[in-house]
Design a protein around this ligand. Sequence first.
Ligand code: OFO
Length: 159
Amino acid sequence: MITENLQKAINDQITAELWSSNLYLQMSFYMEKEGWDGAAHWLAKQSEEEKEHAMDMAHYLIKRGGTAKVSMIDVVPEGWGDYAEVFKNVYDHECHVSELINSLVDVASAEKDKATQDFLWNYVREQVEEEATASAIVDKIRKAGNAGLFYIDAELAKR
Ligand code: OFO
């Protein structure tokens, strides 16, 4: 049985994952309106992935005898500037999520819950990938310049 403290921390992370999902959906809508369909597609996929993380954490919590909750999700920002700024925001947000996951591992470790630590290590590794992916996109956008954005957008459409 998972401790109350850890249950609360995982439920907070479920809320954070759902907020991330909404954030990327908002970014997707923004890019679609700006005419960048590839970026809009990539961001919509990212939104789905964040929701899957919330689902995965909820399933884990229930499996351990806990209760998963859907709490109120705060409104997400809107209006993102140009292509580069959108993806710089994605990168910054992923770095923030990495910190949240690391803190969650600390809670599991303080509670001496080995199973949850093991479960969360997947997320620690996944955040490394997500940060690297976002950082690579930011870098490509910078190198591509304005004329190269059509190429970047076509690449992002393949996700
Ligand atoms: Fe939920 O994986 Fe990144 O944020």
